[in-house]
Design a binder for this molecule. Structure first.
Ligand code: ZN
Length: 308
């Protein structure tokens, strides 16, 4: 809530700023400059476990085995991560600006694209950290208001400074956790004792029923939207979810292309709703509209279509 109020003051300032900036450099040109800077060949080695892009003050920590905790590819994971982030920003920024295949959205989202660009253009250090089998989530991002000790992912979030993303390459790759006890492996995952030993001490298992995230660029765009202060909620518009669904063709967890297209269209329709987004400066009214229009049930309907 506080965040939305914060946005009120910024809204006027930034829309003016956007108009001024456009006299000199368009949003598209500024996006192009950031995308050009996301160049894997420009990565420098800042320590054994860190690669950095100086021009964007972007630091990638422990990402050698990104994306799926496989070590055999021969390509340093940081290079793949930069390519994924570049793809995510390219698709996401075009979509928010109304230049993507889904057409025009409400201008509020163009303003979000502008805010995201400002963040990438700033000299402020940005971090993407990779961990292996260290949390239950695939990825988590910091927000401008800091992390609460109540957050179940606080243990990971406290290790990085905002703005940052932590990615678990075990969860991203659908690798079975090594943290369960033997009884769980036996009764829940139906592993034989020899498999349990191999899983714990040799190559970890990658069961077919654990999801391997394919649309990584969509996931990374989702995470950087959290940097703007947009958090998940059922009570008010969930922008990270709406943007990923509208701009990146539905959900990674839904295999049915037709259902995904329908969800994508619904998300984009919500992002075009003038009444809803024109109320961005009136959080209570926007929250009521979100509920009255039934948009709060959208995520649940999508979840019902998940493959697993
Ligand atoms: Zn999220």
């Amino acid at each position: 809530m506080r965040n939305l109020f914060c946005g009120v003051g910024l809204l006027a300032v930034c829309w003016c700023g956007l108009a001024q900036a456009q006299e000199f450099t368009s949003l598209a040109d500024r996006s192009q400059a950031v995308l050009a800077a996301l160049d894997a060949d420009a990565l420098i080695v800042t320590s054994a476990e860190e690669r950095s892009l100086d021009s964007l003050s972007l630091h990638l920590q422990q990402c050698r085995n990104y994306p799926y905790s496989e070590t055999a590819s021969g390509v340093h994971g940081s290079r793949i991560l930069i390519a994924d982030l570049r793809q995510g920003l390219e698709t996401g920024m075009r979509c928010l600006s109304g230049d993507g295949p889904m057409g025009r959205l409400h201008s509020y989202h163009e303003y979000q694209a502008h805010r995201l660009l400002l963040l990438f253009e700033a000299r402020q250090a940005k971090t993407v950290k990779c961990v292996e089998d260290a949390m239950f989530a695939t990825a988590v991002a910091t927000g401008p208001r800091g992390s609460s000790i109540e957050d179940p992912l606080y243990r990971q979030l406290r290790t990085v400074e905002h703005p940052a993303i932590v990615i678990d390459t075990y969860r991203l790759g659908g690798v079975l956790s090594r943290q369960f006890d033997d009884e769980t492996y036996r009764s829940f995952f139906h592993l034989a004792d020899s498999q349990i030993i191999e899983h714990r001490h040799g190559q970890p298992l990658r069961p077919a029923n654990l999801h391997r995230y394919k649309n990584r660029s969509g996931l990374l765009f989702h995470e950087v939207i959290h940097w703007l202060g947009h958090e998940h909620s059922a009570l008010y518009p969930d922008l990270a979810h709406l943007y990923e669904t509208c701009c990146f063709a539905g959900s990674d967890y839904i295999g049915d292309a037709r259902r995904n297209r329908e969800h994508q269209e619904t998300a984009c329709d919500i992002l075009r709703d003038d009444e809803l987004w024109s109320s961005s400066h009136r959080p209570y009214r926007q929250m009521r509209l979100w509920h009255l229009k039934g948009y709060d049930a959208f995520k649940g309907r999508m979840r019902a279509d998940y493959d697993l």
